[in-house]
Design a protein around this ligand. Structure first.
Ligand code: NAP
Ligand code: ZN
Length: 350
């Protein structure tokens, strides 16, 4: 075992404390990574607060990880010491079920292993990227393309993949008229990627404050949803709507903005159940679908797509000691547009 510094919440909602945790000895297919940056995903906040039900504590969150390989196991051939790498939301899966074999390891039928708030197959709780070092099976390590800034790349490891997958699955492309709800960590990357794919993009925001930014990221239109009339004016408009909002929303009003056969794609994961009227989907045979992150091959494809199209997250670097303030700002939607913890620079021994 190797000791490493980490930022840990002892109990639900507790303040983060600097602690020492243990990382396993390298297995033959393991990669040890010196973590440089860890993005603060809203899912970190949901899980620390047990919004999704009982969680595992103490908790070291962090599933938007970038860093540099510091050691490799004896059988690792795809990575070498010094390589720039990333890790997302999962660190293991069975590798043999039909869902793993089709490249959707994040939905492994034998239970994928989450990067944190999960358990290894031997029962050991996992600890995420708010930590100086992490040990991950090579299959779940991604290569960060040359020229991509490690800090701005870190949010792509969750936010980027989470929006890339449904944009690909539902065919975001020229001729498609789509909407993205929420210009946060996920939403702002979704705008950039959807724009690069050629779709016509409308950003639906609950405040007028982010219009200039949304347009600069590639949105064609910006609509403020706090006035219900603005949404009503869009009824029957979109091929699909991608919801990235972390809070409860009025589903019916958004469902009505879909064309016949349109899809409401949900990646937002609020604490409260959604409600909607059957008429909002039945009459125009609309679909409500979910999407959960993506497998390692797709995540690498997303990173390569972003490199090719010069896409990265807009970030605010925060110190390891400033997480509570950063969480508050995420909750208030005032971060522009992803807070990223400078792990290597500020999670220090003294
Ligand atoms: P975020 O950075 O906090 O962004 C969420 C955005 O939602 C905000 O920027 C805001 O955009 C909008 N919003 C916030 N409060 C709102 C309210 N009360 N009413 C209406 N809109 C509100 O969060 P994130 O990290 O992008 O994550 C978004 C959600 O996706 C979270 O629930 C997270 O758990 C989930 N998630 C799911 C997956 C998956 O695999 N499915 C992966 C990662 C995250 P505007 O100011 O523009 O309205
Ligand atoms: Zn996330």
């Amino acid at each position: 075992m190797t000791s490493t510094l980490a930022l840990s919440a002892a109990t639900p909602g507790a303040a983060f404390e600097k602690v020492t945790i243990q990382r396993r000895d390298l297995r033959p297919d393991d990669v040890q990574i010196e973590v440089k940056y860890a993005g603060i995903c809203h899912s970190d906040i949901h899980q620390v607060n047990e919004d999704w039900g009982p969680a595992i504590f103490p908790m070291v969150p962090g599933h938007e990880i970038t860093g540099v390989v510091s050691a490799v196991g004896s059988e690792v051939t795809t990575f070498a010491v010094g390589d720039r790498v990333g890790v997302g939301c999962y660190v293991d899966s069975c590798g043999t079920c039909e869902i793993c074999l089709r490249g959707d390891e994040q939905m492994c039928l034998n239970g994928p292993v989450a990067t944190y708030n999960g358990r290894e197959y031997d029962g050991t709780p996992t600890a995420g990227g708010y930590s100086r070092s992490i040990v991950v099976k090579d299959h779940f390590v991604m290569s960060v393309p040359d020229g991509m800034d490690l800090a701005a790349a870190s949010p792509l490891l969750c936010a980027g993949m989470t929006v890339y997958a449904p944009l690909v699955r539902f065919g975001a492309a020229a001729g498609k008229n789509i909407a993205i709800i929420g210009l946060g960590g996920l939403g702002h990357v979704a705008v950039k990627i959807a724009h690069a794919m050629g779709a016509t993009v409308t950003l639906l925001s609950h405040s007028p404050r982010k219009e200039q930014d949304a347009l600069a990221f590639g949105a064609d239109h910006y609509v403020v949803t706090s006035d219900p009339e603005n949404l009503r004016a869009l009824n029957g408009t979109f091929d699909f709507v991608l919801n990235t909002v972390s809070a409860d929303i009025e589903l019916d009003a958004y469902l009505e903005t879909l064309k016949i056969d349109g899809a409401f794609i949900n990646v937002g994961f609020p604490a409260k159940p959604y409600q909607f009227h059957a008429g909002s989907i039945v009459m125009h045979q609309r679909a409500i679908v979910g999407s959960n992150f993506g497998g390692p091959a797709a995540t690498q494809e997303m990173l390569n797509f972003c490199a090719e199209h010069n896409i990265a997250a807009e970030i605010e670097l925060v110190d390891a000691g400033e997480i509570a303030a950063a969480y508050e700002r995420v909750a208030n939607s005032t971060v522009r547009y992803r807070a990223v913890i400078d792990i290597a620079g500020t999670l220090l021994d003294n």
